[in-house]
Design a binder for this molecule. Structure first.
Ligand code: 3PG
Ligand code: MG
Length: 395
């Protein structure tokens, strides 16, 4: 993988694919970690006199413009962090983008509107993706891949564009890959992985593979309820992936066969509704009332999880244990985060939400060996999968 230093970028238009997929509350950014992580590469290019065209996605708008997912607030924040205005294009490859790029001066930075407003970005049809990639590539002369959180996506801006332009990996991608490599080489055991979060169907896929690598797998968050249901327990109105129950039963058998310790919550906070001030009670994980939903792991589970992390040699954590954005349901996530801070293991936190949780809960970022900007991306890397965004940069 070439890095930035190999190109003379002065006066050239450089397209930077960043991951600026930050959590928003309306148009207020609630955690700017991914924007901050993208600054070094963008600043370095601007300082070298490049005309920097940043592109990124936000949320999952499914191929059409939707003001709810506009990157406009991100452009503003990026400008504040850079200490220089970031010119915002109100479309991705249309008139606005072309005008903005044409007017860029050496050392200036522009941000294009959300890539996923264009159906070509995520299309499974190679020809459609390639057609969009051509338009994106036409905006620049050099491509820099720095959106680590999206390198597992075979999307036009991640995979197809670098195949069309001279390309290099950005500083963030290089740094992330360096750390994650340590988790695939000879790692210190026991190796424990903690999984949680709400993108359940995304993550169920990785479990089969992880079972061949880990000593312990701790499951909390939205995913846990599908595991509890697969064991035949009532989960009430908790998040449930009904179509994946069989697959999860398979994982339970596989874990038993391989001697992997699969740790599930033993109690949960069962709430009357999905709300900050919802009423809740602590119930056994095997007895969630039919009219309630689990929004966090309970106190006994927190202790159990912490004990399974205390003597680990390596821990990878992806996904909050509950709805940490609501104070009342943040205790499980806090307990896991604190267990990692206290442990002497090599600890890696992966994922936008987990990283945001660490900061929101006020835990010291230097209490972890590494906080990755990629959740799905770091998981897939650890599984040993080939990541389209890295393949393209290596080509
Ligand atoms: C993420 O938030 O995990 C990355 O930005 C990728 O987003 P995606 O899961 O919607 O592809
Ligand atoms: Mg994620």
């Amino acid at each position: 993988m070439k890095d930035l230093s190999e190109f003379d970028v002065k006066g050239r238009r450089v397209l930077v694919r960043a991951d600026l997929n930050v959590p928003l509350d309306g148009d207020a950014i609630t955690d700017d970690g991914r924007i901050r992580a993208s600054v070094p590469t963008i600043r370095e290019l601007a300082d070298k006199g490049a005309r920097v065209v940043v592109c990124a996605h936000l949320g999952r708008p499914k191929g059409e413009p939707n003001p709810k997912y506009s990157l406009a607030p991100v452009a503003k924040r990026l400008g504040e962090l850079l200490g220089a205005e970031v010119v915002f294009a109100t479309d991705v490859v249309g008139e606005s983008a072309q005008d903005v790029v044409k007017a860029l001066q050496d050392g200036q930075v522009a941000l294009l509107e959300n890539l996923r407003f264009e159906p070509g970005e995520e299309s499974k049809d190679d020809a459609l993706r390639a057609a969009f990639a051509e338009k994106l590539a036409a905006l620049a002369e050099v491509y820099v891949g720095d959106g680590f959180g999206a390198v597992h996506r075979k999307h036009a801006s991640v995979y197809d564009v670098p195949l069309l332009l001279p390309h290099a990996a950005g500083r963030l991608v290089v740094a992330e890959v360096e750390v994650l490599k340590k988790l695939t080489d000879d790692l210190a055991r026991p190796y424990a992985v903690v999984l949680g979060g709400a993108k359940v169907s995304d993550k169920l896929g990785v479990i089969g593979n992880l079972l061949t690598k880990v000593d312990r797998l701790l499951i909390g968050g939205g995913m846990a309820y599908t595991f509890l249901a697969a064991q035949g327990y009532e989960v009430g109105r908790s998040l449930l992936q009904k179509d994946q129950l069989d697959q999860v039963r398979g994982f339970l058998n596989e874990a038993a066969k391989r001697g992997v310790e699969l740790v599930l919550p033993v109690d949960v906070l069962a709430a009357t509704e999905f709300a900050e001030d919802a009423e809740y009670e602590v119930v056994d994980a095997t007895a969630i009332p039919a009219d309630r939903q689990g929004l966090d792991i309970g106190p006994r589970s927190r202790e159990l999880f912490a004990s399974k992390l205390a003597d680990a040699g390596t821990v990878f954590w992806n996904g909050p244990m509950g709805v940490f954005e609501f104070e009342a349901f943040s205790g499980g996530t806090r307990a896991v985060a604190e267990a990692l801070v206290q442990s002497e293991a090599f600890t890696v936190v992966g994922g936008g939400d987990s990283a945001a949780a660490v900061r929101k809960l006020g835990l010291p970022e230097d209490g972890f060996s590494h906080i990755s900007t990629g959740g799905g991306a770091s998981l897939e890397y650890l599984e040993g999968k080939t990541l389209p965004g890295l393949v393209a940069l290596e080509a």
